[in-house]
Write a protein that binds this ligand. Structure first.
Ligand SMILES: Nc1ncnc2c1ncn2[C@@H]1O[C@H](COP(=O)(O)OP(=O)(O)OP(=O)(O)O)[C@@H](O)[C@H]1O
Ligand SMILES: [Mg+2]
Length: 407
């Protein structure tokens, strides 16, 4: 049984799967509204803990057994990606590079100056350099004197990581790993080929939007901005002077990313959505509000793409996910503003059980976290652990047997 837990700003989702014959069978999915989180970080430990417990209960009831542990996702604007270099001298006298040298050079790249209160979540080597020769993918077995690496380091605020971990542990769940959520979503939604060519994953959540750029098979850059789909809801509520609930319904049912989708005469009678309102509002005006906010977000993302020289330069384009990507006409607006192909991401891995929910962009992060679990802590590793322990007892027995003959 493998599980992923996504603690979002508006909902907490947990996904439990079983891997059999190349297919992941989803046996449990729990989702509850999240309280105690703001912009992707915990602001109330008790409330977050109780929301996590509820999501776990729901998933446990569905799969009929307790969930002991999960891979937990984290995001928010405290996440930073930096590139850093590490350099070591090759240790063996004959100059052959060993696994140990590679480990040491990666450790050397982990040393960042002036980073108090930050914790490294991931270190991703982009390339190795052997005696000045760049572009080495796997240096083990090569010969040289000096080994360097250029790596991307993804770090988060220590407090944000600690507080989230505390809530998860208090809810009775062991943490297998804390993973930067977009890396997990990418596992579920982006193919190796897209990652090779160059692609960006854009997760529009409620209060955060992350963009993660992949090229040559790995992460090139990532950032999370503290703006999301709930800001659109707030803008509509202010613009129409309605409640947040009505604004949310308007956004989901009638919202459009491009104002040109409606003409001046299209109107919406608010009494169909609420007993308290009886005005008629222009749908074009609502979509102008939405378009303005989406443009602001997309321009920030364009700046991020530009900062790494990828503005308009990603052949596999933009893959959209997160609840906020479902707004009508968003892919067209993204194509126009970022001058790149755009599509809504769908899980790549064959999944069975609850397919309709699994294709929903709201759940791609928790599905991705479950996949991450499968790949890094899943059945293959656990089986090998079992084998090792068996080997251990066999070795002990052999030792005991040999001891009989020793003086
Ligand atoms: N059909 C829809 N059209 C437009 N927006 C939608 C739709 N369905 C959900 N949303 C919006 O998606 C947001 C929730 O998305 P999601 O669950 O990905 O966020 P989250 O993970 O809780 O938040 P975050 O990632 O920011 O911490 C809400 O703001 C909601 O209004
Ligand atoms: Mg999210």
């Amino acid at each position: 049984m493998i599980a992923g837990l996504d603690v979002g700003s508006t909902k907490i989702a947990t996904c439990v799967g079983q891997y059999q014959d190349g297919v992941v069978d989803i046996i449990g999915l729990g989702s509850t509204p999240s309280s105690g989180m703001r912009k992707g970080v915990v602001v109330d430990i008790e409330e977050t803990t109780s929301s996590i417990s509820q999501a776990l209960d729901e998933a446990e009831q569905m799969c009929g057994s307790p969930i002991p542990s999960a891979v937990v996702g984290i995001s928010g604007s405290h996440i930073q990606s930096t590139s850093n270099k590490g350099v070591v001298a090759i240790s063996r006298a004959d100059g052959e590079i060993s696994e140990n040298d590679v480990d040491r050079v990666i450790q050397a790249a982990k040393v960042l100056p002036n980073t108090p209160n930050r914790e490294i979540l991931h270190i991703i080597p982009r390339q190795f350099i052997v005696d000045g020769a760049e572009g080495v993918f796997d240096p083990v077995g090569m010969n040289g004197i000096r080994l360097e690496t250029e790596a991307i380091i993804i770090s988060g605020g220590s407090m944000a990581i600690k507080n989230l971990s505390k809530c998860v542990l208090s809810a009775g769940l062991d943490i297998q790993e804390v993973v930067y959520s977009p890396l997990a979503s990418a596992k579920a939604l982006i193919s190796k080929q897209q990652m090779e060519l160059g692609v960006a994953l854009m997760d529009i959540g409620a209060q955060t939007t992350s963009v993660t750029i992949f090229e040559e098979g790995d992460v090139l850059h990532t950032t999370a901005i503290p703006l999301g789909s709930s800001h659109i809801t707030n803008d509509i509520a202010i613009g129409l002077r309605t409640s947040i609930d009505v604004a949310e319904k308007i956004k989901i049912k009638h919202g459009a990313a491009k104002a040109e989708q409606y003409n001046d005469k299209d109107s919406l009678d608010l009494s169909t959505l609420s007993d308290m309102d009886n005005d008629s509002v222009s749908l074009k005006y609502i979509s102008e509000i939405i378009e303005a906010r989406l443009n602001e977000m997309l321009l920030m993302i364009r700046d991020e793409l530009r900062s790494v020289g990828k503005d308009g330069m990603l052949p596999a384009g933009i893959v959209l996910t997160g609840g906020g990507c479902q707004i009508n006409g968003l892919t067209d607006l993204v194509k126009e503003t970022l001058r790149l192909p755009a599509q809504i991401g769908k899980p790549l891995q064959p999944l069975s059980g609850m397919i309709d929910k699994l294709n929903d962009p709201l759940y791609s992060t928790c599905v991705g976290l479950m996949m991450w679990n499968l790949e890094n802590h899943g059945s293959i590793r656990q089986n090998s652990k079992v084998d090792f322990s068996k080997m251990g007892t066999a070795v002990d027995k052999a030792r005991g047997f040999l001891k009989q003959f020793m003086p």
